[in-house]
Design a protein around this ligand. Sequence first.
Ligand code: CIR
Length: 260
Amino acid sequence: MQNPSYEFTRAITRRPASSIADGLRAEDMGNPDLEGMLAAHAAYVSALRSTGAEVIELPPLEAFPDAQFVEDTALCLPQGAILMRPGAPSRLGEVAEMTPTLRACYDDVREITGPGHIEGGDILVTGREILVGRSDRTDAAGVAELAEIVAEWGHSLREVFTPPGVLHFKTDCSLMDAETILATKRLDASGCFEGYRVLHVAEGEEAAANAIRFNNLVLMAAGFPRTAEMLDKAGYEIVEIDNTDCALLDGGMSCLSLRF
Ligand code: CIR
């Protein structure tokens, strides 16, 4: 049987726009290069497609320089999709741009109407529950509104906390299989993964924690050899994607797609 936490038939991505230099970042380490980002994006899409999944590639949105990070706009579950309400004001309008595509894919599309905020990057769906990390982008009211919707669909939701200074909950963790989580030691130390098998990224390779399990593959950012070796030894099939340009905007593997 299909495991909905990591087995998917479809994904949605959006090509980066030439306005990416205006994208949000916590610390300015220079502007990303559009050509480099497009090349990495193409490699990412082709890795998703290589698993047999259909990838819906949406066109760039010049007015929204962070719009390639589609994950933040919605939560896709087997029962339906939920439109998020980003905590970053410049990203609120991305949700309306994603809505028609989700309505075409799902019969049941709900939305977080507010006043709270919540971004998809703070949500980790495991084999048994939905973990949502409160962060600078996701507040208690946003989590509560989501909890009501997913309860109707039979999911249990647990509120946890994103470490201070970390953009999203999933900046520091990813699902490897229904019961296994890849995480930084700093996030695991909070105790939020009790009962799961937790694999730690190597010391100094914290940015490797934002990976995705997509069907038979684990897509991870290139340049983290000790974490890649650990995952390989643990039996995962790794594909490394150049994340140099997305990393300048605090983005990584999970942010670049909606998977369902
Ligand atoms: C932002 O700050 O919103 C974007 N520059 C990066 C969003 C990354 N999204 C994610 O981790 N889900």
